[in-house]
Write a protein that binds this ligand. Structure first.
Ligand SMILES: Cc1cc2nc3c(=O)[nH]c(=O)nc-3n(C[C@H](O)[C@H](O)[C@H](O)COP(=O)(O)O)c2cc1C
Length: 228
């Protein structure tokens, strides 16, 4: 991307956020995860730029931070701006954006300063520790390092991780959410996102709230074919 391309894309994100607010939405989420455009700047594996948008961690965060700042300026002060991030990339589940909490902090600090209200830390299994020496998951570390609200996600209510929309999507059995609730009570994260469990059963939240998870409809790969 040329510098002009970058300016145009940043302006387009801001315009889209303002349009979302005008249309009556309650907030926006910038998708900075899974190897998409913003993430391809964040991750050293794809960012080979030698200008101000590439190189050290802070420079790789610059494109994302400029988008956040432009979006923040284009919407009302109280309009929530969420930023989604992930270590993993589509089809490359072992990819790592940050190898240490320090690297993660260098990436997230400019985004928090630019006006992110909450981070949505995309993982495929919410219960896995992100770094050695602590049980915190990616959302937990994000909250701890930035002081911002954090959303966790990944196999909530299911026993098999999401593995891509093409090819091998495992059948998943329904599980309880006791360990998730324990972590919520400890304030490891603030919000929980639910994907497949909710696709399979739109009543999942009501059943979870009333202790009827054993009545939920299991996630089934046949169901996915009907959504494709
Ligand atoms: C059918 C389906 C399609 C998805 N499509 C996308 C996608 O296009 N882009 C993306 O970033 N994530 C996509 N995801 C991943 C979800 O955003 C979410 O991170 C993932 O499902 C983990 O949550 P879960 O374990 O509760 O399902 C998709 C998930 C499913 C089940």
């Amino acid at each position: 991307m040329t510098l002009q391309d970058i300016d145009e894309v940043i302006a387009a994100f801001a315009e889209a956020a303002a349009a979302a607010e005008r249309a009556g939405f309650d907030g926006i989420e910038l998708h900075g995860a899974h190897g998409y455009l913003i993430d391809s700047f964040l991750w050293a594996g794809t960012n080979r730029r030698t200008d101000a948008y590439g190189g050290d961690t802070a420079s790789r965060a610059r494109f994302a931070a400029e988008i956040v700042a432009a979006v923040r300026a284009a919407v009302s002060p109280g309009f929530p701006v969420v930023f989604r991030l992930s270590q993993w990339k589509a089809e490359h589940y072992d990819a790592r954006l940050a190898g240490t909490p320090e690297e993660l902090e260098q990436l997230l600090t400019p985004l928090a300063a630019a006006g992110v209200d909450a981070f949505h830390a995309s993982t495929r299994r919410y219960w896995l520790p992100e770094f050695e020496g602590s049980s915190l998951n990616l959302a937990g570390w994000t909250r701890k390092l930035t002081g911002k609200a954090a959303i966790t996600v990944g196999s909530v209510g299911l026993d098999q991780a999401f593995s891509g929309v093409r090819g091998n999507i495992p059948q998943a059995r329904t599980t309880g959410i006791g360990p998730l609730l324990d972590r919520l009570e400890l304030d490891e994260f603030d919000l929980v996102a639910v994907g497949r469990a909710l696709l399979a059963d739109p009543d999942w939240p009501a059943k979870a709230l009333t202790g009827r998870l054993d009545e939920t409809v299991p996630y089934d790969t046949e169901l996915l074919k009907t959504l494709a």
